[in-house]
Every structure is written in structure tokens, then in C-alpha cells.
Design a protein around this ligand. Structure first.
Ligand code: KIV
Length: 277
């Protein structure tokens, strides 16, 4: 039985911290699920940490669905949230509903996430009315990176802070079951957390949020291009992978791999018969 949005919302009421991580493939999602992480986001960060794009903007519905299906196949208990790519929910309510439905029907996830606050609130309301749980995402929303002019902390000015609070309240009122706060000053994220009824999930938003989300490649140290300030590396997989690949490369070259342990035998008589022909 998978975690439900009701259980996620209850965690806020009980003061229980909510853990969320991204995953993009079957094997990794299986581990995250087995550890007991209740929320897995198939984030459009896929575009950067898996597909090698410079931003999340080029990511398509097809790419997201491909990876969402793999994550769903690898999990039994976690609630899977599919991330709506750039411009797949902006054009109209109809477009947003159609693409949301694809995530649920084809992708097999249980909820979707989209970026924006007041401007997407009506779409959130309509999607929720169709029975699809929506996670909001405000602050430094990566799909608007060109609008922000870079990876800047959001909500520092009086107007910016007020805008973010309004965005969070709009998402709460529209029926979102949780709200991601990305790269927001800790005091503002804490205030927003107090003001909304649903859980806030922070990434670079400090300890006052109801939960935390991280890109799995950042905490595993498997994405070498850059390490965001908000991330803590719990492992350094790039070093481990580099050593393993180097060892393999060297052993193939010097003939010490494979050994008998990795090889297969056959009946001598079959071989003898073949040689005699
Ligand atoms: O795409 C993603 O991984 C995200 C998280 C950073 C919240 O949106």
C-alpha cells in the first residue's frame, strides 16, 4: 500500500518531518522506496543530472514519462510525484489537464508537481477537482531561470517576500497537498510554513519547513558539474565510480579480467568433436 496525500498532510499536524528525494530510474527508486522515504519526486532535474541539458527547460513530456514509469516499477510504498515539464501546463487549463492525465494514466504516478503560485492557482484547482493530487513549487523555480537572471535567492525584498507568501496561500487555497519552497531565506520559509495548512517541503529553505527534498545525485555526489549550496554530500559516488571504471579498464587491458570465476565451462567432448571436423 502506497503512502497517501492524507498521510503526508497528517505528518505536518503531528510535527513529523517529511522526507522527499528525487529518483529517475528503477534501481535507485527501489532503494529509496526500501529505505522508507515516503515521497519520491521524478523531477525535471532529470534533464540536468541524467540527460546532460544545461537547464530543465528542454525536458519533454516523453522523457518525463519514460523515467516516471521506471520509478513506479521500482517502488511499492513511496508516493510518486511526476514533475510537469516547462510549458506543458501554461497554455490553458485544458493543456494542463491533458498532460497531468498522461502522468497519472501512462506514467502511473500518484501526484504531479508544477511550478508557480498565484498564476497557476486556477489550474491547480481544476486539476485537483479532477481527483489528481498537486504539489506546488515556488521560490527559485528552475523553469523560470531566465526570468530570474540566474540562481538567486528569492523573497529577500519586501515585495518579493510578500509575493511568495501570496503564492503559497494561493496554492494552499487551490487545494495543493504540499508546497516545495526552493532557495528562500529560512525566516521567510518558516513564516510561510506557519501560514499555510499544507506541508512545506524545502530545498535551500532552511530547517523551518515541514520537510526537505534533495536531488538524489547531489546527496550521493554522483553529479560532478556543480554542487549547490543547499546540498550535503552523504557520499562521493563520482570517486567510487571513477575508481571502479579505472580498475576494470586496467584489468581488461592487462588480461586479468575475466578470471575463471566470471567464465563458463562446457563438455570437453563437444569441443573435441567440433575440433575434429
Ligand atoms: O526537478 C526537481 O528535482 C525539483 C526539485 C529540486 C524540487 O523540482
Amino acid at each position: 500500500m502506497r503512502v497517501t496525500i492524507t498521510q503526508i498532510k497528517e505528518m505536518k499536524q503531528k510535527g513529523e518531518k517529511i522526507v522527499m528525494l528525487t529518483a529517475y530510474d528503477y534501481s535507485t527508486a527501489k532503494i529509496v522506496d526500501e529505505v522508507g522515504v515516503p515521497l519520491i519526486l521524478v523531477g525535471d532535474s532529470l534533464g540536468m543530472v541524467v540527460l546532460g541539458y544545461e537547464s530543465t527547460i528542454p525536458v519533454t513530456m516523453e522523457e518525463m514519462l519514460h523515467h516516471t514509469k521506471a520509478v513506479v516499477r521500482g517502488t511499492k510504498r513511496s508516493l510518486i510525484v511526476g514533475d510537469m515539464p516547462f510549458m506543458t501546463y501554461h497554455l490553458s487549463v485544458e493543456q494542463a489537464l491533458q498532460n497531468t492525465a498522461r502522468f497519472i494514466q501512462e506514467g502511473g504516478c500518484q501526484a504531479i508537481k508544477l511550478e508557480g503560485g498565484v498564476t497557476v492557482a486556477e489550474k491547480v484547482r481544476r486539476i485537483v477537482e479532477c481527483g489528481i493530487p498537486v504539489m506546488g513549487h515556488i521560490g527559485l523555480t528552475p523553469q523560470s531561470i531566465h526570468q530570474f537572471g540566474g540562481h538567486k535567492v528569492q523573497g529577500k525584498s519586501p515585495e518579493g517576500a510578500k509575493r511568495l507568501l501570496d503564492d503559497a496561500i494561493a496554492l494552499d487555497e487551490a487545494g495543493a497537498f504540499a508546497i516545495v519552497l526552493e532557495t528562500v531565506p529560512t525566516p521567510l520559509a518558516t513564516l510561510i510554513t506557519e501560514k499555510v495548512s499544507v506541508p512545506t517541503i524545502g530545498i535551500g529553505a532552511g530547517i523551518g519547513c515541514d520537510g526537505q527534498v534533495q536531488v538524489i545525485n547531489d546527496i550521493l555526489g554522483s553529479f560532478a558539474d556543480f554542487v549547490p549550496k543547499h546540498a550535503k554530500q552523504y557520499a562521493k559516488l563520482t570517486d567510487i565510480i571513477r575508481k571502479a571504471v579505472t580498475d576494470y579498464h586496467n584489468e581488461v587491458k592487462n588480461g586479468t579480467f575475466p578470471t575463471e570465476k566470471q567464465s563458463f565451462t562446457m563438455d570437453e567432448s563437444v569441443l573435441a568433436e567440433l575440433k575434429a571436423k
